[in-house]
Design a protein around this ligand. Structure first.
Ligand code: PEP
Ligand code: MG
Length: 555
């Protein structure tokens, strides 16, 4: 990216360019060691001022947000204004606590009381942590943590973001840049789904002052610092032109000699199927719904949904979604796309689903996650399968359903039996664990299709945490060991005459897509933004040329 006086480089994980002022997401404050208090009155005054500042900030954000978000923010402001909370904190200062510790203790007591009440109120207990962090930061003279809302478009810079933070980003975010994170982390996946340029593993970015104007290239990972007004406008102009060009790309996936490859979408909810606008003014999506075979799902020309990550609907929830709620959410997706592969809940590691109440683990990526949750809570999968079947009936759809993190043939056959008992005709499993890839042929005797999750398959093949920014080279899907596992699955599919697709992030990479086709996979599923570039890449090569690339990469 041109312009700027100096730059930083990270990993580009979501294509597109944007330029604008930095606003940093403040980390929760660390409570310093308690101070000896000489003037309890001054501490009490600091407490009162901190709570007022929190309430004022939330009310200001409510005014800017409007709608349902405003109601939530106003309710939070009211908690910060609760006289009981103030009295408790003041009582603690009178007993010798400094302002920050008094606030910390008062909020923690309040939280405990709410948690014990259970139900909806217990669900609100987590909000108190956010308020506590804000109040303590204010008392310590630090910036308040939490998603900023400055009232103008900005580039969000953070040490790291949770998937829930990313899902909750407002339309004023132009791009994301984080100090940590890997290319297949779920935050990167959500950024791609929203068409938001994003760079992760960018060392030094949190050292930039708020207001610094930077240019972000979500493809190359380059950050240009100190852009002029003219350069900022130029970035916006060239990005708008790029998105306009991609918007016109249509048609099914084909190699230059006509070999068909299904191009499918990865989604987290029906919203991701609104026609994809490759030119969101500030990261949003168009609300207009056209649908229709010509536009393809999401207006991308894609032929269906290859991965519906159902857990994204319920991130951060403390109460399990009801059967009816699930039916409504799934039916909405079935109503918008003809061919949909639903993945059953994939909880664990960086996608915690608090409502499952899973025990803490030493090594969560190797623990009870994905289909393994069924060992502890079989009713969760049964309810979900019932809800999928009911949603399909209501929408007149014929869903395909697959399970995540399947490891053994026994797990696959148990899943297939239970799904078929609910009337689900097309049952598959994801291949994300090397053990499953090695047994692909046997798995296909139990199920109707395989979908290769290269994000986790790379993580488990190379024993490298997919969120670890320093191990990104090991997670590169071009590694021959990973390609061999993919080739094994594709060959098993060819012999069985059953589809084998890829739905990990590798499928949306225009350099890798032809190679995967050369290995023999039958479909590629990706974020909507990736479809045009992958379509273009396939159209430029014959099937033999794709095979040649695959052979060269394997060697
Ligand atoms: C994968 O692991 O490649 C995959 C598609 O699943 P997720 O990224 O949701 O873990
Ligand atoms: Mg996975």
């Amino acid at each position: 990216m041109g312009g700027g006086c100096r730059g930083l480089v990270g990993l580009g994980v979501s294509q597109g360019r944007a330029a604008g002022p930095v606003i940093r997401l403040a980390d929760p404050p660390e409570l310093p060691a308690p101070r000896t208090v000489t003037d309890p009155g001054a501490e009490a005054a600091t407490v009162a001022k901190a709570l007022e500042a929190v309430a004022a900030e939330l009310n200001r954000r409510a005014l800017a947000a409007g709608g349902e978000a405003a109601e939530i923010l106003e309710a939070l402001a009211m908690i910060a204004e609760d006289p009981v909370l103030l009295e408790e904190a003041e009582r603690l200062t009178a007993g010798g606590a400094d302002a920050a510790h008094a606030l910390d203790a008062a909020f923690s007591g309040h939280r405990e009381a709410l948690a014990q009440l259970g139900g909806y109120l217990a669900e609100r207990a987590a909000d108190l942590d956010d308020l506590k962090h804000r109040a303590v930061a204010s008392a310590l003279g630090l910036p308040m943590p939490g998603l900023p809302s400055p009232g103008h478009p900005y580039v969000l810079v953070a040490t790291d973001l949770s998937p829930a933070d990313t899902a909750g980003l407002g339309g004023d975010v132009l791009a994301l840049v984080t100090e940590r994170g890997g290319p297949t982390s779920h935050t990167a996946i959500l950024a791609r789904a929203r068409g938001l340029p994003a760079v992760v593993a960018c060392a030094g970015v949190t050292g930039l002052a708020d207001g610094t104007v930077i240019g972000v290239d979500g493809g190359t990972g380059e950050i240009a610092i100190g852009l002029s007004e003219r350069e900022t406008a130029e970035v916006a102009r060239t990005e708008a032109a790029r998105r306009a060009r991609l918007r016109t790309s249509r048609g099914p996936g084909r190699t230059a000699d006509g070999h068909a490859v299904k191009l499918l979408l990865n989604i987290g909810s029906a919203e991701d199927l609104a026609p994809h606008d490759p030119e969101p003014a500030s990261g949003g999506t168009s609300a207009e719904q056209t649908g229709g075979a010509e536009a393809g799902v999401g207006g991308t020309g894609a032929e269906g949904v290859g991965l519906f990550r159902t857990e994204f609907l319920f991130l951060d929830r403390r109460q399990p979604p009801s059967f009816e709620e699930q039916v409504t959410a799934y039916a909405e997706v079935f109503g918008r796309a003809e061919h949909v592969i639903v993945r059953t809940l994939d909880a664990g590691t960086d996608k915690p689903l608090p409502f499952l109440g899973l025990p803490q683990e030493q090594n969560p990526a190797l623990g009870v996650r994905g289909l393994r949750v069924d060992r502890l809570l079989p009713e969760v999968l049964d309810t979900q399968l019932d809800a999928i079947a009911e949603a399909a009936r209501r929408a007149g759809a014929e869903p395909w359903v697959m399970a995540p993190m399947v490891t053994t043939v026994g797990e696959a056959s148990d899943f297939a039996r239970r799904a078929r008992a609910k009337g689900i005709a097309h049952v598959g499993v994801m291949v994300e664990v090397p053990a499953a890839a090695l047994r692909a042929g046997r798995l296909l005797q139990e199920v109707d299709f395989l979908s290769i999750g290269t994000n986790d398959l790379a993580q488990y093949t190379f024993a490298a945490d997919r969120q670890h920014s320093a191990l990104a080279d090991l997670l590169d899907p071009r590694q021959p060991a990973l390609l061999e596992l993919i080739a094994l699955c594709a060959e098993a599919g060819r012999q069985a005459g059953k589809p084998v697709g890829v739905c990990g992030e590798a499928a949306g990479d225009p350099l890798l897509a032809p190679l995967l086709v050369g290995l023999g996979v039958t479909s590629l599923s990706m974020a909507a933004v990736c479809v045009p570039a992958v379509r273009e890449a396939l159209a430029g090569l014959t099937l033999d040329e794709c095979r040649e690339r695959a052979r060269a990469a394997l060697e």
